[in-house]
Design a protein around this ligand. Structure first.
Ligand SMILES: Nc1nc2c(ncn2[C@@H]2O[C@H](COP(=O)(O)OP(=O)(O)OP(=O)(O)O)[C@@H](O)[C@H]2O)c(=O)[nH]1
Ligand SMILES: [Mg+2]
Length: 305
């Protein structure tokens, strides 16, 4: 069950806050409840927002807009799901005509290549024709890794010789996408170059080359963030969003982290929709992000083992 995977992935975060959550819903004083709320927010690594949320809750209680501490769990649920934006409809809307180009960016090791493979599988499942471009020519093994994934998914890959100019690969991939009339071209990119400014310049160059071949491309630039890095991911994201027009986030490695709440902090801080979450290393471990479902999974009562 799809919902099951999200719950399972968030189990460490949920278990850490479960105790405080019980106190929050229990028969406690306002002060104790606020303390429990604070514990939940900090444990889940919601980030700087925690203070704000807490102050708001206190104000609501004092002003009588919340009848009592018993209403705090519902208040928390509402506030948390309002913090972060989901894709609101189709996370990857396709152009009516011509290939939709999706550029995948992020620091090294964040989960880009795996996310490209998962996205290819996801698109294929919904009946789209997909082509993948190996835009990471910096790391020798990168193309091979992507080739194996594409073989598993059953999609074609456009790659250059080792050390090739990634913009040239993007150029060839765009031409192939047009020639084969695919629905989506997914472009993997390098996470590390000699310098940070090289990386951003290269991403921009890839984008320009794609745009010269296919109108409006890249239509989406998705930034892949490693959810286990919690608040650090925000710093990374800031650097990328300053350099390239990021249209949405993929939060990878949400499974197994105890910092699941960071998603909310990241999403609301960056004012970018979280389009997908990565919940494992397999092809099917990618889900469309829905704020309400996410918060429900985060705050759900622990399931009997
Ligand atoms: N548990 C878990 N592991 C993941 C997830 N996504 C990626 N990984 C793992 O994270 C590691 C790095 O993933 P890659 O997809 O190679 O990351 P990358 O951003 O392409 O890395 P570079 O190409 O080196 O920049 C691999 O071991 C993946 O299996 C996820 O959602 N959950
Ligand atoms: Mg990679």
């Amino acid at each position: 069950m799809v919902f099951g995977k999200l719950r399972e992935g968030l189990s460490r975060t949920r278990n850490r806050i479960a105790h405080a959550l019980r106190r929050l819903g229990g028969d406690t004083s306002t002060a104790q409840s606020l303390e429990a709320l604070e514990e939940i927010l900090y444990t889940a690594d919601v980030g700087p927002l925690a203070g704000e949320l807490l102050a708001d809750a206190e104000k609501q209680l004092r002003g009588g807009r919340l009848a009592g501490p018993k209403e705090l769990p519902e208040y928390l649920r509402g506030r948390l799901s309002g913090l972060v934006q989901g894709p609101e409809g189709d996370p990857l809307p396709l152009r009516p005509k011509g290939p939709t180009v999706v550029l995948i960016a992020g620091v090294n090791g964040s989960g880009k290549t795996t996310s490209v493979a998962k996205l290819a599988a996801w698109l294929q499942r919904r009946g789209n024709r997909v082509l993948v471009a190996a835009g990471d020519t910096f790391r020798a093994a990168a193309v091979e890794q992507l080739r194996i994934w594409c073989g598993r998914v059953g999609v074609d890959l456009v790659a250059g010789a080792p050390g090739a100019d990634p913009a040239a690969v993007a150029h060839d991939a765009a031409e192939a996408a047009l020639r084969h009339a695919v629905d989506v071209l997914l472009v993997d990119t390098a996470g590390r170059l000699h310098t940070q400014s090289n990386l951003m310049a290269e991403l921009n160059k890839i984008g320009r080359v794609l745009g010269r071949k296919i109108e409006g491309a890249p239509h989406e630039t998705l930034l892949v963030l490693d959810a286990t890095t919690g608040q650090n991911a925000i710093q990374q994201a800031r650097r990328f969003t300053q350099a390239v027009p990021v249209t949405g986030l993929i939060l990878a490695k949400l499974d197994g982290t105890a910092k699941g709440g960071a998603v909310l902090g990241i999403g609301s801080e960056l004012k970018l929709p979280v389009k997908f979450v990565g919940l494992g290393e397999q092809l099917e471990d990618l889900e469309v992000f829905h704020p309400g479902e996410f918060v429900d999974a985060l705050l759900a009562a622990p399931q009997p083992a």
